[in-house]
Design a protein around this ligand. Structure first.
Ligand SMILES: Nc1ncnc2c1ncn2[C@@H]1O[C@H](COP(=O)(O)OP(=O)(O)OP(=O)(O)O)[C@@H](O)[C@H]1O
Length: 239
């Protein structure tokens, strides 16, 4: 791993499920991502993209291989250690928002800071919600907000801990095109402004092309890389 690697995976294998339902999903992943870059992960449905994200986020443990994220080797960490690591280093945005339904926008965004014992949790959460254009929705519950507004809350919640790594799994998958584009702009603007590393799973080739690198996953393996700025082949990605 070079000094500037945000994420370094070596020979990572992971199987999930029990008994006959056990599936060998990641089959020897080698991947290094430099700090401050945006990476689009693409590939057919079921190829292992989300599972790979979960390994990078410390939400799934590799069965074999080495996983270093933000300078930390994840394998020796306890469950509590992993949770602390995630809380300090990783912001995650899911397709289906994953907000807590009985908490307001402000409370949802404050949660990661409260867990970290931050006394300014609510004022920081309010500032982050203002930054994503939701100053007028602080006290609304998820059910009282549109999908786009809920995803903005999720973006604010991911960003509020100032993570080094931002991970997004199909963040526009449940949104119409124009709303999805607004979320994408927010994510890329935050990534640049804060020099974060962004790893994004998407089925949208146009979105993947906006990233510095586009990495294709097929059957649990990484394919040779397509260079986004130069290659027309990117157009033909069957995401
Ligand atoms: N907990 C699990 N137990 C058993 N199999 C699983 C589990 N989670 C995922 N899988 C299987 O692993 C494979 C990869 O899943 P994953 O969600 O990582 O793929 P993906 O590339 O993100 O797919 P999609 O683009 O459809 O979201 C799939 O065949 C899936 O059914």
């Amino acid at each position: 791993m070079t000094a500037l690697s945000a994420i370094a995976l070596q020979n990572v294998h992971l199987s999930l499920g029990e008994g006959a339902g056990r599936v060998h999903i990641l089959k020897g992943i080698d991947l290094e991502i430099a700090q401050g870059t945006a990476v689009g992960l693409i590939g057919p449905s079921g190829s292992g993209k989300s599972t790979l994200l979960m390994v990078m986020a410390g939400l799934e443990r590799a069965d074999k291989g080495s996983v270093r994220v933000a300078g930390t080797d994840l394998s020796p960490l306890s469950e509590d250690g992993l949770a602390r690591f995630r809380g300090q280093n990783v912001g995650i945005i899911f397709q289906s928002f994953h907000l807590v339904p009985n908490m307001t926008a402000l409370e949802n965004v404050a949660v990661p800071l409260e867990l970290a014992g931050d006394r300014d949790a609510f004022s920081k959460a309010a500032r982050e919600l203002e930054a994503v254009g939701l100053a007028h929705r602080l006290h609304h519950y998820p059910a009282q907000m549109s999908g786009g507004e809920q995803q903005r809350v999720a973006v604010a919640r991911a960003l509020v801990v100032e993570p080094k790594i931002l991970i997004a799994d199909e963040p526009t998958g449940n949104l119409d095109e124009s709303t999805g584009n607004q979320i994408v702009e927010l994510m890329f603007a935050a990534q640049k402004a804060r020099n974060m590393t962004l790893v994004l799973v998407t089925h949208d080739p146009a979105l993947a092309r906006r990233c510095d690198r586009m990495i294709r996953v097929r059957s649990g393996e990484i394919e040779p890389e397509v260079h986004t700025a130069t290659s027309k082949a990117a157009e033909e990605v069957s995401a």
